[in-house]
Design a protein around this ligand. Structure first.
Ligand SMILES: NC(=O)c1ccc[n+]([C@@H]2O[C@H](COP(=O)([O-])OP(=O)(O)OC[C@H]3O[C@@H](n4cnc5c(N)ncnc54)[C@H](O)[C@@H]3O)[C@@H](O)[C@H]2O)c1
Length: 297
């Protein structure tokens, strides 16, 4: 008996990597799973894996970035299992390049799969859940890259957008019994193997099994997790981490409004030593001595 017995779930981008791990974990917990991936062969292989341990799954190869694809993915779940209870928007790609060299196409492609893909899959699933009157669970996928990451302005921006969408959808959809959260997963995958640091080199990390994101995900999708919405969790490896919600910090109030003279008088004194570390690794704030144009050659 699993905690997701009788539930119907979709995992997008589940043909490999982290999505495959999610699909296996949801199926082991008893859910029927639509294994979506534009790579049809990989999706079919994961379905075989699930059926081999007695789980229930069907493959789907529609693309998440188009409405017709997202609608077809949700329809495939209804056709296979009669309903949809869980939408896990996980599909992703990277097109890393430094900002000044990034092309419009590289920006649009990453936005389309991550941001639009999450919007369309969540909307198609939420409309079906509302129609069913059953409530349900939407889970999106962010990344610590949304704190800022060198060479990933498209990907970081996309993941930041998904975090903001998660907070907003949690507020809008609670009235339909739909809860909305996101995870920021970890795992050694095709994607994690591509990252190149500011030094232009790959930095191999110790192997982390992508399936280790699964147990907390199963909990969030289970009825026991019904009090959790609008939250982002760091998952994978040995951790479960609750992300702080963005909020204003130190604040100055000037009755009647600020003048440039008042800003000059108070700004550096109040904010100069409070500027926040930036990026994934949060080194001490690096720009206190100013940011200057390059020296003439
Ligand atoms: N690997 C990590 O450590 C890590 C860290 C943070 C976030 N993530 C996120 O986790 C998710 C999965 O990443 P991964 O590391 O497993 O990558 P991956 O490349 O191994 O797998 C992604 C899968 O998505 C599929 N896909 C791509 N575009 C699609 C589309 N339009 N429609 C349907 N499927 C599509 C791919 O075919 C692929 O199988 C992504 O959203 C990624 O941003 C991964």
């Amino acid at each position: 008996m699993g905690v997701l017995d009788g539930k119907a779930a979709v995992v997008t981008g589940a043909g490999r990597g982290i999505g495959r791990g999610h699909a296996l974990q949801l199926a082991k917990a008893g859910a029927g799973v639509v294994v979506n991936d534009i790579d049809a062969d990989e999706a079919a292989r994961v379905v075989e894996e699930i059926e081999a341990f007695g789980g229930s799954a069907v493959a789907n190869s529609d693309s998440v970035g188009e409405k017709v694809g997202a609608d077809a993915i949700v329809a495939a779940c209804a056709q296979a299992f009669g309903k949809i209870d869980i939408m896990l928007a996980n599909a992703g790609i990277v097109r890393d390049r430094t900002f000044l060299k990034m092309t419009e196409e590289e920006f649009d492609l990453v936005m389309s799969v991550h941001v639009k893909g999450t919007f369309l899959c969540h909307q198609a699933a939420a409309l079906a859940m509302k129609e069913q009157g059953t409530g349900g669970v939407l889970l999106a996928t962010v990344s610590a890259a949304h704190f800022g990451n060198f060479g990933q302005v498209n990907y970081a921006g996309a993941k930041g957008a998904i975090a903001s969408m998660t907070y907003t959808l949690a507020m809008e959809l609670a009235r339909y019994g739909i809860r909305v959260n996101a995870i920021s997963p970890t795992g050694t995958t095709r994607m994690s193997d591509t990252y190149v640091g500011p030094d232009g080199k790959k930095h191999p990390m110790p192997y982390i099994d992508p399936e280790l994101n699964g147990p907390v995900l199963v909990y969030l999708c289970s009825d026991e997790g019904n009090y959790v919405s609008g939250q982002v969790f760091g998952t994978g490896g040995e951790r479960i981490s609750l992300l702080n919600q963005p909020s204003y910090g130190h604040t100055l109030i000037m009755p009647g409004g600020w003048t440039i003279e008042a800003v000059q008088q108070h700004f550096k004194q109040n904010f100069g030593n409070r500027l926040q570390p930036i990026g994934i690794t949060k080194p001490p704030y690096p720009f206190s001595d100013g940011i200057h144009p390059p020296e003439p050659q």
